[in-house]
Design a protein around this ligand. Structure first.
Ligand SMILES: [Zn+2]
Ligand SMILES: [Zn+2]
Length: 266
């Protein structure tokens, strides 16, 4: 079985990943992957916004390292991308980022549910303990819906990242999921199946089977993502992700070139 493209991987420039792009690419070749894409955490308008991303001045260096991986592995298709944090009001910055290099795609991600709380940050897990999970999930999915509607992104990252530490609402969240997925469908945005969730407390692919099934029914296309922060994580658990996609009904996924999409048979 040939593995789909792994479109989500990081580099040491984000300060919490190991392995140069060429090392991740080497692992991809070993696994038999035909295509990968680097999508490191994008710079923010202000350096020092947080401590888990490259500085603005490092963007060219990032592109150079991805280009090195391309030269070292001519048989592997390597896409150039970013995982871009969506915060309301940050749209102009993202439009500016888009003009700076010939990106193949932008992955829109919500980590921040306020200016200062990145809800997947283990150092801030105590924030969860003071809040009703439903309130946090509601803000999270509202922002994810805005990201899908913004027209700035080709793919939405880890759609239920809010489950990472297992703070699950008691209420039914289907309306939150539906609003997000309808927006994604309307604006032609894909959703990634991200296996990093299997490596976290939630022990489940992002997003859950319920969301993947709803996405298929609503006609939202998908991509595949390991969210690798180390060479050995490239393509990790892809057979499970393929199984999840197929069981929901998916027969195709998307690949992107210079922000144009193409369907590929799964
Ligand atoms: Zn990361
Ligand atoms: Zn992320």
């Amino acid at each position: 079985m040939s593995l789909p493209a792994d479109y989500h991987m990081h580099t040491p420039l984000c300060l919490h990943a190991v392995g140069e792009p060429t090392e991740l690419a080497a692992h991809a070749v070993k696994l038999g992957l035909k295509e990968i894409g680097f999508s490191d955490h994008s710079p923010m308008p202000r350096d020092g916004f947080d401590n888990w991303r490259m500085k603005d001045s490092q963007l060219d260096e990032y592109v150079a390292r991805v280009e090195q991986a391309r030269r070292d592995h001519p048989g592997l298709v390597i896409k150039l991308a970013l995982e871009v944090d969506y915060l309301p009001g940050g749209e102009d910055w993202i439009r500016h980022l888009a003009t700076r290099h010939p990106w193949d795609y932008f992955i829109g991600a919500v980590h921040y549910v306020s200016e200062s709380w990145d809800l997947d940050n283990p150092a801030k897990i105590s924030e969860w303990k003071n809040r009703d999970p439903m309130e946090v999930w509601t803000v999270y999915f509202e922002r994810l819906t805005m990201a899908a509607e913004s027209g700035l992104f080709d793919i939405i990252a880890h759609a239920d990242l809010c489950k990472k530490f297992c703070f699950y609402p008691k209420q039914d969240c289907t309306p939150l999921f539906t609003r997000f997925l309808e927006a994604a469908k309307r604006h032609g945005v894909a959703m990634e199946l991200n296996t990093a969730g299997l490596r976290k407390d939630c022990k489940e692919i992002y997003p859950s089977p319920a969301i993947v099934q709803l996405a298929f029914r609503l006609g939202v296309p998908i991509t595949f993502a390991s969210d690798a922060h180390a060479p050995t994580e490239v393509g990790m658990n892809f057979p499970e992700a393929i199984q999840l996609a197929r069981s929901a009904g998916y027969t195709h996924y998307l690949r992107f070139t210079r922000r144009r999409r193409e369907e590929v048979k799964l």
